[in-house]
Design a protein around this ligand. Structure first.
Ligand code: AHR
Length: 521
């Protein structure tokens, strides 16, 4: 009887709110509602979904993080303070390094010992520039300690050896007496780092050795065998995964590699049109639509990779690790084509928000993801120019969405209209919800329609709430971006327009907006 009364009250409130929204609205009407089961949910959204990737590429490492101890730019042991502080505000959970394609040409012994004695090499993949190895293992692990982030190292399978990889792990993680541990000590680090995440090669179907899936699977088994656990530390090994829609690669690896040998299997999928990448900042609505369409196609491909993994691993023991994702545009005019330096607009923020929402929704399988490449390369969070630093729209998405880190993903049902262009349709709204340790519910919502506002009702089943607060990222123009001259063109602001009454939230999502709502008791 009590339940029946509660149901009636809920239905009454729902219809009253729908009526009131309909009556008051001047925005174009798109009936949208989300039903969230606030008292359910078992899966955790790993904070590692919000991870990063940084390669020896262009000005990512050199200039982006590393300026050297003698630089006038404020630094701690050679690492820029401003970049570390900014990334810490996003609670950056992990950082993948040293590549990318660079990883399979990197020989770790070149990057240890006195810096002035380290050999120089050519960075053949990225601009043919001289790599002087001044940023190596110690500097990277120092960076991660300053960031309070877990390091993810990607070892060299393509041009390295099993012995080289095995010794790198020993150098980093062995606390006893051995030639490698002693070498580490003589280079200034007494205690082992207890590194957890280890990638066994990168893009081994391409720049990592042009291998077949069958050949790589066998190589993985060899390399993984000799990357040992030391002390209580357990290495979480990540197999080099598929390119975009290469489901066969996923199938072969899931079939041929024993699941106990790999913590994760990676996937690289960029939101790009390889035949015509286009400008990062000069685009019209058509290019915007096509970008979001491609971004949502990545979601479909992820589902197919997951379906293959489910076939061989129904208990979801092996994680899907999307360790390279993001937008890839033409380089900024006048910059080195090998440096992949691009600007970042509200369109990139949309891609970030949609991607993070769909990663969250698949958190039972996706346990880590790494956007490419954090600073000065591809879809960066941060751009630097000498001593200057700016935060991109993508940075703000990561900062706003951090409420989902390690929270319980809540089942969510979304009804929404379509954003249409030339006979094609995309769902106007994307959303994801989680419950944090204090019982607050956080909901990230994206309205991709650049013209129409969306009136929305959110039905929070299972509980009543009193407080609501929010943040919004929106700009009049999709091409809006931050520059060194105007660093705050795109930044979030408080959003107080959402209302909550018991278990019902009403909110109007402005066109092209990203909103994070927090609902509490
Ligand atoms: O992120 C740039 C490059 O893209 C990486 O080095 C490689 O792994 C991918 O092809």
């Amino acid at each position: 009887m009590k339940n029946y009364k509660t149901l009636l009250t809920s239905l009454f409130l729902l219809s009253a709110m729908i009526a009131s929204v309909n009556a008051q609205s001047t925005a174009e009407k798109v009936k949208t509602n989300i039903i969230i089961s606030t008292d359910l949910g078992t899966a955790t959204i790993s904070r590692h979904i919000y991870g990063h990737f940084s390669e020896h590429l262009g000005r990512c490492i050199y200039g982006g993080y590393w300026v050297g101890e003698n630089a006038t730019i404020p630094n701690t042991r050679g690492i820029r303070n401003d970049v570390v502080e900014a990334l810490k505000k996003t609670q950056i959970p992990n950082l993948r390094w040293p590549g990318g394609c660079f990883a399979d040409e990197y020989h770790w012994r070149d990057g240890i010992g006195p810096r002035d004695q380290r050999p120089k090499m050519i960075n053949t993949h990225w601009g043919g520039v001289i790599e002087d190895n001044s940023f190596g293992t110690h500097e990277f692990l120092d960076l991660c300690e300053q960031l309070e982030a877990e390091p993810v190292i990607c070892g060299n399978v393509g041009s390295g050896s099993v012995e080289e990889m095995s010794k790198w792990v020993e150098y980093i993680n062995f606390d006893g007496v051995s030639p490698l541990a002693d070498l580490r000590r003589s280079n200034g680090r007494d205690k082992a780092w207890n590194l957890k995440y280890w990638g066994v090669g990168n893009e081994n179907w391409g720049c990592g050795g042009n291998m077949t899936a069958e050949f790589y699977a066998d190589q993985y088994r060899r390399y993984a065998t000799y990357t040992r656990n030391y002390g209580n530390n357990r290495l979480m090994k990540i197999a080099g995964g598929a390119n975009s829609t290469d489901y066969n690669w996923t199938e072969v690896l899931m079939q041929k590699i024993p699941h106990w040998m790999m913590w994760g299997l990676s996937l690289h999928y960029y939101t790009t049109n390889w035949s015509n990448k286009g400008s990062a900042t000069k685009f019209g609505e058509k290019e915007y639509f096509e970008t979001l369409e491609r971004c949502l196609n990545v979601e479909k491909a992820i589902d197919r990779h997951i379906a293959v993994m489910d076939k061989y691993d129904p208990s979801k023991r092996v994680a899907l690790v999307v360790d390279e994702w993001g937008t890839w545009w033409d380089v900024e005019p006048g910059t080195n084509p090998g440096f992949l330096y691009q600007q970042n607009t509200m369109r990139d923020a949309m891609v970030a928000a949609l991607s993070l929402n769909y990663f969250n929704e698949r958190c039972e399988r996706i346990k880590m993801a790494n956007i490419a490449q954090t600073v000065n390369v591809l879809q960066s969070l941060i751009l630097t120019d000498g001593e200057k630093m700016i935060l991109t729209p993508t940075y703000h998405v990561f900062e706003m969405f951090k409420v989902h880190h390690d929270a319980t993903m809540l089942p969510l049902h979304l009804n929404c209209g379509s954003y249409e262009m030339e006979g094609k349709e995309l769902p106007t709204v994307s959303a994801s919800a989680s419950r944090d340790q204090d019982g607050k519910v956080n909901i990230s919502i994206v309205n991709i329609d650049p013209v129409k506002a969306v009136e929305m009702i959110i039905d929070l089943r299972g509980d009543d709430f009193k407080d609501i607060s929010g943040k919004i990222l929106t700009t009049p123009a999709l091409t809006a971006h931050n520059t060194f001259e105007k660093p705050e063109e795109v930044k979030p602001r408080a959003f107080n327009e959402a209302k909550v009454r018991k278990n019902m939230v009403t909110v109007t999502l402005p066109p092209a907006s990203i909103i994070v709502l927090t609902v509490g008791h």
